[in-house]
Design a protein around this ligand. Structure first.
Ligand code: VG1
Ligand code: CO
Length: 558
């Protein structure tokens, strides 16, 4: 019988989960009791919801993950959780955690990740709670966790309990007169089996062979390494030399594991000479993706979503289950909306963050969704899914026998093109960023810009049609989520959006999104940079971003 100790603690005031879990510097999580307090708050918040008392624990392999996994095991045992399903070595991608929760009918999961944020002793760590549907906990749950964390005075722990999470197996312990089980599983096997049910691997394989398709994939030293090996190398015959950075490293080898043109520049460079036809990168925890065509032809995530929406018949899963509807986060360009209209399917616009898609999926109203932040996924799980997106693209290539670029060009011919860009101003002074948002909020409230014409430095004139702060009413449970981003809608349908990031770990990150639609095919061939220059200038004029923050240029452009 293992001993449970009730350990006195002092509450922390900063454990409020953001867009996707609690993300802080590693040093913050290393403070005495900081991690224990937050995990204890999770267990107390979800206690009533346990059906069988099974919780899945996985993570992206980043620094601090193994220690925190042991702490979770010790806290879970003491908090009367019946069973933990733990990923071998703590490594399980975010989409795989979602799948395992669903497959084993677990009550929830804890994902140890700060996703696309850098890792290592001086960088970020994160803890995210997922509910029984496999998706990120909604605000009702994270608010409860936060409330408990603010007044926590003790936690329950089995300090002497240790499990070797490097070895697959079932471990049983007696705690407080009942059985506590830890099952260590191979995190990749279940996921691969599921992908084989969703996609036609034989067809993809045959196409790769007959067209001699050259692929190049990078895991950016994140959690996806083993998944790339298992799916791309073992099942689809990718040579090891085409699977880059596939060893998960605690600090991601110093990389910023974010699949975009800035942080995955190594992939872009390697593809520029045209040797490869298809490239992809994933983020630290494997839920994001970037898709590139030959010569590093960039697929904008908003377009990726629209092209997939237009071709779901290429994927056996959708041929079997049908397609119920599409959704995107508010800042995502509206390319997919046009596909929904053409196919006469419901279209939903939700706030930023994957948690908002779950209810629609559970209610059978949503099949495919995405975010501009390199996230795409379907109702096969309740997280965005990087590998799924790559397999979806390969299915479309195999079915249509078109190149990535041809698919995009044909799409723009049929639907027109939504030019889109996002400017990130990372680690701004919080006071300055908040002052800018307050200035924009005042403009929304006083309506002074509506019907006003503004001329850009390039000489193009726009008229403001509407300005608001995005508010979402969940169609299923009617929960209201307000203040999700300032939108400036212009009379030609173009859009400017401002919001503050909810995933950063220092200062405030301002995100500026612009989106402009072109119907004429000749115009769809122009460069996104040229097409959006005027709109960006209008955005700076309205927001006074440069004046408020002193920043002349963004830190990242996607
Ligand atoms: C960002 C993205 C958002 C995404 C979230 C989590 O949030 O904008 O679209 O869902 O990261 O992605 P924010 O609040 O920083 O804008 V992941 O892959 O980091 O879990
Ligand atoms: Co991620």
């Amino acid at each position: 019988m293992l001993e449970v100790t009730t350990t006195p603690t002092v509450a922390f005031s900063d454990q409020k989960p953001g867009t996707s879990g609690l993300r802080k510097k590693v040093k913050v999580f290393q403070q005495p009791n900081y991690t224990e307090n937050f995990v204890q708050s999770i267990f107390q918040a979800v206690e009533d919801g346990f059906r069988s008392g099974t919780i899945v624990v996985g993570g992206d392999g980043r620094y601090l993950g193994p220690e925190v996994t042991q702490t979770i095991v010790q806290l879970a045992a003491a908090n009367k959780v019946k069973k933990l399903i733990v990923a071998q070595n703590g490594i399980m991608s975010t989409p795989a955690v979602s799948h395992v929760i669903r497959k084993y009918s677990a009550d929830g999961g804890i994902v140890l990740t700060a996703s696309h944020n850098p890792g290592g002793p001086d960088n970020d760590f994160g803890i995210k709670y997922n509910i029984a549907n496999g998706g990120p906990a909604p605000a009702s749950v994270t608010d409860k966790i936060y409330e408990i964390s603010k007044s926590l005075s003790s936690y329950e722990i089995c300090k002497t309990l240790h499990v070797d999470i490097g070895v697959i197996g079932v471990y049983e312990f007696h705690v407080r007169g009942s059985l506590f089980t830890v099952q260590v599983i191979d995190s990749v096997a279940d996921y691969v089996t599921y992908m084989e049910e969703i996609f036609d691997f034989a067809a993809i394989n045959a196409y790769i062979k007959e067209s001699q398709l050259q692929l190049l994939i990078t895991a950016l030293n994140g959690v996806m390494g083993p998944y790339v090996k298992a799916v791309m190398c073992d099942k689809l015959g990718l040579p090891d030399s085409s699977a880059l950075a596939c060893t998960p490293l605690p600090d991601f080898g110093g990389l910023h594991p974010d699949p975009n043109l800035t942080y995955a520049a190594s992939l872009v460079t390697a593809m520029q000479d045209g040797t490869y036809d298809f490239g992809a990168a994933f983020d630290g925890d494997g839920d994001r993706n970037m898709i590139l065509g030959k010569s590093a032809f960039f697929v904008c995530p908003s377009d990726s979503l629209a092209v997939l929406a237009n071709h779901l018949e290429c994927i056996p899963y959708f041929r079997k289950n049908g397609v119920n509807g599409f959704a995107r986060s508010m800042p995502t360009a509206a390319a997919v909306d046009l596909v929904a209209k053409e196919k006469k399917l419901p279209m939903y616009e939700v706030p930023t963050g994957w948690k908002f898609f779950g209810n629609l999926m559970d209610a059978g109203q949503l099949s495919l969704c995405g975010e501009e932040s390199f996230g795409t996924g379907s109702d096969h799980i309740r997280e965005k899914d990087g590998m799924w997106t790559v397999l979806a693209w390969l299915s479309v290539l195999a079915h249509t026998k078109k190149s990535v670029e041809q698919l995009l060009t044909d799409h723009w011919k049929q639907y027109g093109r939504n030019f889109f860009t996002r400017y990130d101003y990372e680690a701004c002074e919080t006071e300055q960023a908040e002052a800018m948002m307050a200035h924009l909020t005042a403009l929304v409230e006083n309506g002074s810009l509506v019907n006003q014409s503004i001329t850009s430095a390039t000489g193009k004139m726009y008229t403001v049609q509407k300005m608001d702060n995005f508010k979402y009413v969940d169609p299923i449970d009617k929960t209201v989520t307000s203040k999700q981003g300032i939108r400036v809608i212009l009379s030609d349908g173009s859009r400017i959006v401002f919001r503050l990031s909810g995933t950063g770990s220092s200062g405030s990150t301002i995100r500026l999104y612009v989106d402009s639609y072109e119907e004429k095919f000749e115009n769809t061939q122009l460069s996104a940079q040229d097409m959006l220059a005027a709109l960006l200038d209008i955005a700076f004029q309205i927001s006074k971003l440069k004046e408020f923050t002193g920043r002349d240029a963004p830190t990242v452009i996607t």
